[in-house]
Design a protein around this ligand. Structure first.
Ligand SMILES: Cc1ncc(COP(=O)(O)O)c(C=O)c1O
Length: 389
């Protein structure tokens, strides 16, 4: 590559890949990258094998198998009471990542601005820049990581084309409230702005809360593209099957990009997920309890050791606050958990354009109980050493 010709000169390998690689090299417990270390439902594996044996191994339709899109529509009806047309409002994509990428390429272009809330999932900004548009990054400040709606309204202008919204929020572990959706709807009212809402953790909302999907807010339903991930919902991040839900005109634009990006998603996987949803229409409904138990297990084992544990309202992560034990600096602290405690964690700074002073790192709770217990023990020992230092 001729120097200066890179379209993303400042983009390196993601923090997740780097941390997972180093975690493997050091034999650490990987609570960094967000993926389960336990088995998937064997029934899903059987259904994938069955679909391949039955010969469903050629191209699937570009927009996704209708059986799967109908299953998704039933799931949306059951979860949120929504009526979604599987023919023209649902598109099956290669994970949520592809839906986000194609949505941004389809909707934003040169001269456009996309509002992104920091700490932001790392695929948003490169996708906006590759579309020729520009990100306006608004920080959510610790410890609450709440939206400053005055600041959002002030950032909106005639160039604003997209708002990237994420709830439950990775890595802040917060969930949007119905009031946030109303503020968002009011902020874009009368303007040609689309909300791209990343809802991959829709089923990981704790303590009796309900997930506030943009699809449930009537004004936002007309102006939003919401993206979801079977990787998260089925504990199988390697499936790489996700989907977007958007009004027909927005879905049509998304599909124009999707058909020349991945074209269509693995046929046997789509068949298997469609069959799985048909057999288990309640899929996802057990996840709040499942992950809340893991969150509480990790929290109880880390209680009283010197770290503090900010509330985790959703996602499959828990923040660990080391502010009482050592000076701020989350990148340096994540390095210490990795090298001294042999527990991989993720700092939040890389998710900010201009990181504030941070005293938290992110832990993934989607792990076997024994992994969580061992990681907690190692982190508690680190806390003890830091407390003595
Ligand atoms: C906030 C957020 N959005 C999107 C994704 C990507 O989802 P998928 O694995 O389905 O591409 C992730 C994965 O970690 C995520 O945390």
């Amino acid at each position: 590559m001729t120097p200066g010709r890179s379209k993303l000169p400042d983009v390196g390998t993601t923090i997740f890949t780097v941390v997972s690689r180093r975690s493997g090299e050091l034999g650490a417990l990987n609570l960094g990258q967000g993926f389960p270390d336990y088995d998937i439902d064997p029934r899903l594996a059987e259904l994938v094998g069955q679909a391949m044996r039955e010969g469903h191994n050629q191209y699937a339709p570009m927009e996704g198998l209708i059986e799967l899109r109908e299953g998704i529509a039933r799931k949306l009806a059951l979860s949120y009471g929504l009526s979604v047309d599987p023919h023209c409002e649902i598109t099956v994509t290669l994970g949520a990542t592809e839906a986000i990428y194609c949505g941004i390429q389809a909707l934003a272009g040169p001269g456009d601005e996309a509002i992104v809330f920091d700490p932001a999932y790392d695929s948003y900004e490169p996708a906006v820049r590759l579309a020729g548009a520009r990100c306006v990054r608004l920080p959510l400040m610790p410890p609450q990581f709440r939206y400053d709606w005055d600041r959002v309204r002030a950032a909106i202008n005639a160039h604003t084309r997209l708002i990237l919204f994420n709830s439950p929020h990775n890595p802040a572990c917060t969930t949007a409230m119905a009031g946030d959706l109303d503020e968002l709807a009011a902020a874009i009212r009368g303007r040609d702005i689309v909300v791209l809402s990343d809802e991959v953790y829709e089923h990981m909302v704790f303590d009796g809360r309900a997930h506030a999907s943009v699809l449930t807010q009537p004004e936002l339903r007309e102006r939003s593209m919401a993206v979801f991930s079977f990787g998260k919902t089925l504990h199988a991040t390697g499936l790489r099957v996700g989907y977007s839900v958007a009004p027909a005109p927005l879905s049509a634009e998304l599909r124009k990009v999707h058909q020349f990006n991945t074209f269509s998603i693995a046929n046997p996987l789509q068949r298997a997920i469609a069959a799985y949803l048909a057999e288990r229409p309640q899929t996802g409904r057990d996840l709040p309890g499942f992950f809340q138990a893991k969150r509480d297990r990790l929290r109880s084992r880390l209680a009283h050791c010197g770290f503090s544990l900010p509330p985790a309202q959703g996602t499959f992560f828990q923040l660990l606050d080391f502010g009482e034990l050592c000076p701020p600096g989350d990148v340096a602290f994540a390095e210490r958990t990795l090298t001294e405690a042999k527990v991989a964690t993720i700092p939040l700074s890389p998710f900010y354009a201009e990181p504030p002073e941070l005293s938290v790192v992110r832990l993934c709770i989607a792990k076997r109980d024994d992994t969580l217990d061992r990681a907690a023990e190692r982190l508690a020992q680190l806390a003890q050493r830091l407390g003595r230092a």
